[in-house]
Write a protein of this length. Structure first.
Length: 387
């Protein structure tokens, strides 16, 4: 299912936007946005077709389709060991929107929220959009120790939220149970809400083990908003579907109010909920094979990058992106990005503040959710130009 023959470049060049095949010049290989080059599991497409043939596209319930809520609650209960129920889950039109409505629900102008550095720009964007202040906390790549004492010094009377991205995009770090316990202890002591973005949780590589922060204890569960989506694990980015869970009824009510789902102003696409439900109930075999392929691509990508002069790449523990340190080249992230784009005809994401925060300077990010042949060609081009 994940060899070069299943990558349809003709379709990708028409449909894969967001810095990918449809948004770059011909001849450029995009290792940019974290979106698979492979088609989704066939069961998802078949279920969408079955639903569509009935030709009724009615409004769904504001709180989500029952089958969607049941499948999400079962996923969190059985796969993530979080005590929950369908009543505490609702769909959103993306995990990104889930992050935004959490910030909208729990932050007011002048409030502060802790974000990791580096981390995906959506956290800072969401916090600042609601008038709050994003306070960066440096997380080193790889297994290096996290300075939790410094985290405590960043917290003051205005701090309301800690934003956890686990596994961490762009470094691929998977937080240990011990690290999550220290983080949650700080949140409890300071009466903070934890926003846990777990969209990457299904792409954790062996031997690393994924732990949901809300599974640690009832007390942690009661102050955590857990967010997930289906773009990374199942290739459904264009369907724009995610889920938000909060087991504290007060938090849940604030999230529903912030979502605007109580009116027809906003809501999650019914077909997308059908697709996500199918992914969770029928496509675990597909995800298992995808993860096996990704682990192989990770090793090829990291080994290839470490053969490039001035590059140093730590193997990611999760996510399907490699975060390569390029400071040894003597060039900035922007300069390497432009050099690779113009001469190697490979598109990567430069480590700029606008994408990942100030801690990303001196790095580039590459997605390896593609075929072995495409990835090896891209790496060969980069190595040829830089070396």
């Amino acid at each position: 299912m994940f060899d070069n023959n299943t990558v349809n470049l003709e379709i990708l060049k028409k449909r894969a936007f967001n810095l990918r095949w449809a948004a770059v010049p011909d001849g450029v290989i995009p290792l940019t946005a974290a979106d698979p080059d492979f088609p989704c599991a066939p069961e998802i497409a078949e279920e969408i077709c079955r639903f569509s043939r009935e030709r009724y596209f009615c409004y769904g319930p504001p709180e989500g389709l029952p089958e969607f809520k049941n499948s999400i609650a079962d996923y969190f209960s059985t796969k993530r060991n979080i005590v929950t129920s369908p009543a505490q889950v609702f769909p959103v039109d993306s995990a990104a929107f889930g992050i935004y409505i959490t910030c909208k629900a729990f932050l007011s102008p002048g409030d502060e929220a802790i974000i990791f550095d580096p981390v995906d720009f959506l956290f800072r964007y969401s916090i600042e959009t609601v008038g709050a202040v994003a306070v960066p906390f440096q997380i080193p790549p790889g297994p290096a120790a996290i300075d939790f004492e410094r985290l405590t010094t960043l917290i003051n009377k205005n701090t309301k939220l800690i934003c956890l991205c686990n596994p961490l995009n762009p470094t691929g770090k998977v937080f240990t149970k011990e690290e999550l316990t220290l983080l949650s202890d700080i949140a409890i002591k300071n009466n903070l809400v934890i926003l846990s973005d777990e969209i990457w949780s299904d792409t954790t590589f062996t031997p690393y083990k994924y732990t949901s922060v809300a599974s640690l204890s009832e007390e942690v569960n009661s102050r955590t908003v857990t967010i997930t989506g289906f773009s990374k694990a199942y290739g459904l980015a264009g369907l724009r579907i995610g889920a938000v869970m909060a087991n504290n009824k007060e938090l849940f009510s604030k999230l529903i109010a912030a979502s605007l789902h109580g009116s027809t102003v906003h809501g999650a696409n019914v077909i997308s909920q059908i697709a996500a439900t199918t992914a969770l109930t029928k496509c675990e075999y597909w995800l298992a094979d995808f993860l096996k392929h990704l682990q192989s691509m990770r090793d090829i990508c990291v080994d290839g990058l470490n053969e490039v002069n001035g590059f140093n790449c730590i193997s990611p523990q999760g996510c399907y992106v490699a975060f390569a340190d390029i400071k040894g080249t003597g060039k900035t992230s922007s300069e390497i990005h432009e050099l690779i784009m113009n001469q190697a005809k490979v598109a990567v994401v430069p480590g700029l503040k606008q994408w990942f925060g100030e801690g990303a300077e001196g790095y580039i990010r590459l997605s390896f959710a593609t075929s072995k042949e495409i990835l090896q060609e891209a790496l060969s081009r980069i190595k040829s130009v830089i070396n």
